[in-house]
Design a protein around this ligand. Structure first.
Ligand code: ADP
Length: 484
C-alpha cells in the first residue's frame, strides 16, 4: 500500500504530546511491514540542526495561494530506508518559531494561516509525489482541511484519481475553530461554508471538516470511539460524529518498544527486565537523588508526567495529594508544564511538603524515562483520555498505573476487580479527589504486600501494546477506506 501520513508533529523531529509518538511509530511500523510510507510535517526551528541529513527534495518549491496572497515553501526530505520518507514543509514565516502552536499559553494568532497552508501543502504532495499515495492519513485538526482540498480538486480541478482519506482524532477537545472571515484563506467556493461542510456555529471548524469529508474516521481507543458519540464527551461534535458513526473506529495506540524499554535504553543507567527487577530498585534510589527527595526504598514513589491542563485531572490530583501527604509516608514527583497557575500550584505543593514532593517544570525526555523506570506508581487521573501513552509506558517499566476509568485508560489497564491474577493497575470511577485518594490508598496497601506488588509489576511488563498489532488494525482501516 502507498500511504502518506500528515501531522503537525512527528517524533523524533517535533513533539508536544502523544500525537508525535503515534505518527512516528505508525510510520516506522508500516514501512517495516513493506508498505511505501511518506510522512509530511512542518520544518520547525532546530530540526535541521538536529538532523543534518535533511535536504531539499525533488519537488523543491511549492507556490500556493493563501487568500489574497501567494505563499512559497520548500520541501525538504529525509529518507529512512527504502520504504520511508519524511517530507518537511519549510516555510520560515510560519514554522521557524520557538514553539509549535503557542507561546506562554497563547496560541499563535496566525495558526489558521499556518495550518490552512500546511494542509494545502499536504494536498499538493498527495497529488504530485512521484510514488502517488493511494491513501492520505490525516491527524487532528491541523490537517482537517486536507480531505476537503482533495475532494474539491477531484471534482473541479481535473484530478481524476485522488487518494482516499482517513482522519485520526487524537483529541476531540482541540478542533481548530476560527472566525468565518478566515474561510477566504482556503480559496474555495463559498458553497463549502455551510453547516454540512466547514461551518460550525457561524465560524470555521477544521476538525469538523475532516470528520465530514474523510472516508474513514478513527480515534485512539475503542472506549473513546464510543464516548465521543455522546454529549458529555463529544465537545460539541457528537452530533456530527453520530452522523458518521458507521465510519468511526477506535484503535488503541501502540508503544514504540524500541524507544520505551528497560533493557537497552540510553536514558537509563540501571537496566532491568522481567528476569530481575533489581535494576528498577536501584533506579528508584538514583531517581530520588536526582529529584532531591530522601533516598529510601521503603517509601513508595508516585510519579506523574503530564501537560498540566484540566484534561489531565490537575485539580483532583492536587486535592488528593494535599489530603494524603500530611498523614502518609509517600513521595510524589511531577514532571510537566502548563499554564502559570497550575505550575504555581505544584510549586506550592513542593514548598509545603519539601521532603515528600519534587516538582520539575519543563519538558525533559531523559527524566521522563527515569521517572517511568524509578517510580513505584504512575498517577493518571484524567477527566477524559483519548488513549494516553504513559500508562502503557509505565506497564513496560514495571510501574503500576493508577488511572481513571475513561477512554484508553480503561482499555489498557486491568484492575484486580476485572482480573485478580492479571491485574496491571488500579482504576477508579467517578471524577473526584476522594476517589483518587482512595485509589492511592489502595496503592499504599499494595506496596506493603511485596509478593502481590511484584505480580502487578510483572503482569504490566508482559502486557503487549506493540505497534505491530496496532498497525495491522490501521491497515484494515486503510483497506476499508480503499473499498477493498
Ligand atoms: P497527551 O498527548 O494528551 O499530552 P499522552 O499520554 O498521550 O498525552 O502523551 C504524552 C506524551 O508526552 C508522553 O510521551 C509523555 O511522556 C510526554 N510528556 C508530556 N509531558 C512531558 C514532559 N514535561 N517532559 C517529557 N515528556 C513529556
Amino acid at each position: 500500500m502507498r500511504i502518506l501520513l500528515a501531522s503537525s508533529e512527528v517524533h523524533p523531529f517535533s513533539k508536544t504530546g502523544g500525537l508525535a509518538d503515534v505518527v512516528g511509530a505508525l510510520a516506522k511500523s508500516l514501512a517495516a511491514a513493506g508498505h511505501r510510507v511518506g510522512v509530511v510535517s512542518p520544518l520547525y526551528r532546530g530540526v535541521r540542526e538536529s538532523f543534518p541529513n535533511i535536504a531539499p527534495a525533488e519537488l523543491a518549491l511549492i507556490d500556493l495561494p493563501l487568500g489574497g496572497r501567494r505563499v512559497q515553501a520548500q520541501v525538504w526530505t529525509l529518507s529512512a530506508g527504502p520504504h520511508l520518507t519524511y517530507y518537511f514543509i519549510r516555510q520560515e514565516n510560519f514554522f521557524e518559531r520557538p514553539e509549535l502552536y503557542q507561546e506562554q499559553g497563547h496560541d499563535y494568532p496566525d495558526n489558521v494561516d499556518r495550518f490552512t497552508y500546511f494542509s494545502k501543502c499536504v494536498a499538493y504532495l498527495a497529488r504530485h509525489l512521484s510514488w502517488q499515495p493511494e491513501l492520505v492519513h490525516n491527524n487532528d485538526w491541523q490537517t482537517g482541511l486536507v480531505p476537503l482540498f482533495l475532494r474539491h480538486q477531484s471534482l473541479h480541478d481535473g484530478w481524476t484519481n485522488p487518494p482516499r482519506t482517513v482522519l485520526t482524532i487524537h483529541n476531540l477537545a482541540y478542533q481548530g475553530n476560527f472566525p468565518a472571515a478566515t474561510f477566504g484563506l482556503t480559496n474555495l467556493p463559498l458553497t463549502y461554508f455551510h453547516p454540512s461542510a466547514v461551518e460550525y456555529w457561524g465560524g470555521m471548524n477544521f476538525l469538523k471538516t475532516g470528520i465530514v469529508f474523510s472516508d474513514v474516521i478513527t480515534t485512539v481507543s475503542p472506549r473513546y470511539a464510543r464516548e465521543i458519540l455522546t454529549e458529555p464527551f463529544g465537545c460539541g461534535l457528537d452530533g456530527v460524529l453520530r452522523q458518521r458513526q458507521h465510519s468511526v473506529f477506535g484503535i488503541l495506540n501502540g508503544v514504540d518498544y524500541e524507544e520505551w524499554q528497560t533493557v537497552n535504553n540510553p536514558f537509563l543507567k540501571q537496566l532491568y527486565s522481567t528476569a530481575s527487577l533489581r535494576g528498577k530498585a536501584a533506579g528508584k534510589l538514583e531517581l530520588q537523588q536526582e529529584l532531591g527527595l530522601p533516598v529510601t526504598a521503603r517509601v513508595p514513589l508516585f510519579c506523574t508526567i503530564s501537560r498540566l491542563v484540566e484534561q489531565k485531572g490537575v485539580d483532583i490530583l492536587l486535592a488528593a495529594l494535599t489530603s494524603l501527604l500530611p498523614q502518609h509516608d509517600l513521595q510524589f514527583a511531577l514532571l510537566g508544564s502548563g499554564p502559570p497557575q497550575h505550575e504555581a500550584a505544584f510549586a506550592e505543593l513542593h514548598r509545603r511538603f519539601p521532603g515528600k514532593v519534587a516538582v520539575h517544570l519543563g519538558f525533559n525526555q531523559g527524566l521522563s524515562h527515569r521517572m517511568e523506570a524509578g517510580g513505584d506508581f504512575f498517577l493518571m487521573p484524567s477527566r477524559f483520555e483519548p488513549c494516553g501513552l504513559n500508562q502503557m509506558y509505565s506497564q513496560r517499566y514495571g510501574t503500576i498505573p493508577i488511572v481513571r476509568i475513561t477512554g484508553g485508560l480503561d482499555d489498557s489497564v486491568v484492575d484486580a476487580t476485572e482480573n485478580a491474577a492479571g491485574a496491571t493497575g488500579i482504576k477508579f470511577g467517578d471524577y473526584s479527589a476522594a476517589n483518587l485518594a482512595a485509589a492511592i490508598t489502595r496503592a499504599l496497601e499494595l506496596f506493603r504486600n511485596a509478593k502481590l506488588l511484584r505480580q502487578y509489576r510483572l503482569n504490566g511488563m508482559k502486557a503487549d501494546f506493540s505497534w505491530e498489532r496496532t498497525s495491522e488494525q490501521y491497515l484494515r482501516i486503510y483497506e476499508l477506506a480503499l473499498g477493498k
